[in-house]
Design a protein around this ligand. Structure first.
Ligand SMILES: *Cc1c(COP(=O)(O)O)cnc(C)c1O
Length: 479
C-alpha cells in the first residue's frame, strides 16, 4: 500500500519509507491511500498479537509477514494483562485498560512495536528519533528504543508540565542511546520546534553528512497510528466475547484526547468495518477540540492551562490534519487550512462534515474529573486516572444510549497527587508513600515499573530553552 502526504497526493511512498521519515517532507502527514475493509468477525478468537500481525499486514504490506508476526509477539509479550488490554465493566460502559504495558500508559501499544518497524525500514541507516512529549510518549518511546542498534533518541518534555511520576520515569531512563531534556515551555512549543527541525533542510543535510537521519516517535508517524487501530478491533470483539453485545451491534467509543491520534485510530477501525457509533472526544480545560467539533472553527488563540490531566494539555492537535483527510479528502484544501493554522492560528471547516463523521466533543474541569474519580470509586471500588475520568465525564455529558467503550489511557499511579486529592487521602509522605497509600485504599496493585523508579538514579536533570533544541540535537555531528 502507498502512503501520501495530506498536503500533496503526488508525494507518494511505501509504508517503510513513510515510517522511516516520520512526517512528510512538505510538513504534511502520511496517510494510507485507502483504508481497506477488514474481516474483523473472523478474529473473534484470535490472540492480541495475531490480530495485531493481521492488521499490520494490511497496512504495512511491504514488510515480510513473518517479521511482523514475530515482532508483534515480542512487542506484546511484556504486557501484564491477559491479551494485552484489561477490561472492567461499569454500568453501560466497558473500560478498556490500555495501561498494562511497560510504562503504564497506552503509548506502549505503538511504541513497543515501532522500534521493530523502524529497524526494518531503516535498513542499516542510522536514525535519530526526535520526540516531543506531554508526558507519556516520552517514557514509552525511551523504553521502546533503549539500546536499539543504529538508533538514538531525544525526548523533550515541558519541564513544569508533567506529573512527578512522569518526570521520574523519563529522567531515570537507562540506556546508552537516550537523551532527555526538560524544556522551558509547554508541549505545543516542543512539538512545534521538533516539527520545524524536521523541515530544516540545513540541519538535515548536516545530519546526513554525519550519516544520521531524523525520524519521529510522535503520532505524526504512521507507524504509531496503525498499531493503535488493533486495540479498537480487539476491544469490539471482546464485547462480543463477554456477551455484552452481539456481533454487528453498534457501540460508542470515548477517548480522552490530546494530539487526536488515539481517537483517529478508532475512526480508522470504523472505516475498516467495525460497527462504531459515536466518537466521543473528551478534553480538559484546553478545549480547543471541543470548540472545533461544536463550531467547525479551530482557534488556538486562547489561554493555555496546566491541568491535572497533563497528557491532554495541547492546543495544536497534529492528527486533526489526518482527520481532515478523512472528511475533506481534497489535499489542496487541507494544505490551505494548515497554512492558515500556521499563519493565523486558526482555520475553519463546515461543522456539518464533523457531524457526519459522528464526532462529538465535551470538556471537563479538573474538579469535574476529580468528582468522577471519587464517585466511581465510592460506588464500585474502581479507580480511574485523571484522563480516564475526563472521558467518563464526557460519556455522562453525552448521554449515550448505546454501550460505550471507554479507553483508559493511563494507570492512576502515574498521577498519584490528583488521585489522592480525589479520594481525600493524606499527602504527608513522599511520592512512594503516596503510591502505597493509594494501594492500601484501592487494593489495586502498583505497577512494578513505577516502583522501580525510586531505586534508580536520576540521569537527566537539565532544563533547556526552546532555542537550544536545535543545538542539542546536533550532538555527535562531525564539524
Ligand atoms: C497521550 C495521552 C492522551 C492523548 O492521546 P492522543 O493520542 O494524543 O489524543 C490521553 N491520555 C493519556 C494518559 C496520554 O498519555
Amino acid at each position: 500500500m502507498n502512503y501520501y502526504s495530506t498536503r500533496n497526493k503526488d508525494e507518494r511512498v511505501r509504508a517503510k519509507e513513510a515510517i522511516f521519515r516520520g512526517p512528510a517532507d512538505d510538513g504534511g502527514l502520511y496517510v494510507p491511500e485507502t483504508i481497506p475493509a477488514f474481516p474483523y468477525e473472523d478474529f473473534l478468537n484470535a490472540k492480541y498479537e495475531e490480530l495485531a500481525a493481521a492488521v499490520l499486514n494490511v497496512f504495512f504490506d511491504d514488510f515480510d509477514p513473518a517479521y511482523l508476526k514475530e515482532s508483534a509477539k515480542k512487542a506484546y509479550a511484556s504486557f501484564k494483562a491477559e491479551g494485552a488490554v484489561g477490561y472492567h465493566d461499569l454500568d453501560g460502559i466497558t473500560v478498556a485498560e490500555l495501561f498494562h504495558g511497560p510504562t503504564a500508559a497506552f503509548k506502549d501499544f505503538a511504541l513497543q512495536m515501532l522500534p521493530y518497524l523502524m529497524a526494518d525500514s531503516a535498513d542499516g541507516r542510522r536514525v535519530r528519533i526526535l520526540t516531543a512529549t506531554s508526558g507519556d510518549t516520552g517514557k514509552a518511546a525511551l523504553a521502546g528504543f533503549q539500546d536499539v542498534e543504529n538508533t538514538d533518541i531525544f525526548v523533550f518534555y515541558p519541564a513544569d508540565g508533567v506529573s512527578t511520576m512522569q518526570k521520574l520515569q523519563m529522567t531515570t531512563q537507562e540506556g546508552n542511546n537516550v537523551h532527555v531534556f526538560g524544556i522551558r515551555g509547554n508541549f505545543d512549543d516542543a512539538q512545534r520546534t521538533v516539527k520545524s527541525l524536521f523541515r530544516d533542510e540545513g540541519l538535515r543535510e548536516e545530519g546526513r553528512a554525519s550519516g544520521i537521519e531524523f525520524s519521529s516517535a510522535n503520532s505524526i508517524n504512521i507507524g504509531r497510528l496503525v498499531p493503535q487501530v488493533v486495540y479498537y478491533i480487539y476491544s469490539y470483539l471482546e464485547l462480543v466475547r463477554r456477551n455484552t453485545i452481539a456481533m454487528g451491534d453498534k457501540v460508542d467509543v470515548c477517548v480522552p484526547t490530546g494530539n487526536f491520534g488515539n481517537i483517529l485510530a478508532a475512526m480508522y477501525a470504523k472505516r475498516m468495518g467495525v460497527p462504531f457509533g459515536d466518537f466521543i472526544c473528551a478534553s480538559n480545560k484546553n478545549h480547543v477540540l471541543t470548540d472545533f467539533i461544536q463550531t467547525g472553527v479551530y482557534d488556538t488563540h486562547r489561554d493555555f492551562y496546566k491541568t491535572t490531566s497533563p497528557s491532554m494539555d495541547i492546543l495544536v492537535a497534529s492528527n486533526i490534519e489526518r482527520f481532515l483527510q478523512l472528511i475533506l479528502k481534497n489535499n489542496d484544501k487541507i494544505r490551505e487550512k494548515m497554512e492558515s493554522l500556521q499563519e493565523t492560528g486558526r482555520f475553519e471547516i463546515s461543522e456539518d462534515l464533523i457531524r457526519r463523521a459522528k464526532l462529538v466533543g465535551y470538556w471537563s474541569t479538573d474538579d469535574e474529573g476529580e468528582a468522577r474519580i471519587k464517585e466511581v470509586f465510592d460506588a464500585t471500588g474502581y479507580l480511574m486516572d485523571p484522563h480516564t475520568a475526563v472521558a467518563y465525564d464526557g460519556i455522562k455529558k453525552h448521554g449515550s444510549n448505546r454501550h460505550v467503550l471507554l479507553m483508559a489511557t493511563a494507570s492512576p499511579y502515574k498521577f498519584p497527587e490528583t488521585v489522592a486529592d480525589a479520594l481525600s487521602l493524606e499527602k504527608a509522605g513522599d511520592e512512594k508513600e503516596l503510591l502505597q497509600s493509594i494501594e492500601e485504599t484501592s487494593h489495586m496493585a502498583i505497577p512494578e515499573e513505577l516502583l522501580e523508579v525510586f531505586e534508580k538514579p536520576v540521569r537527566f536533570e537539565n532544563a533547556i530553552d526552546i532555542e537550544d533544541m536545535a543545538r542539542v540535537v546536533r550532538e555527535g555531528f562531525d564539524d
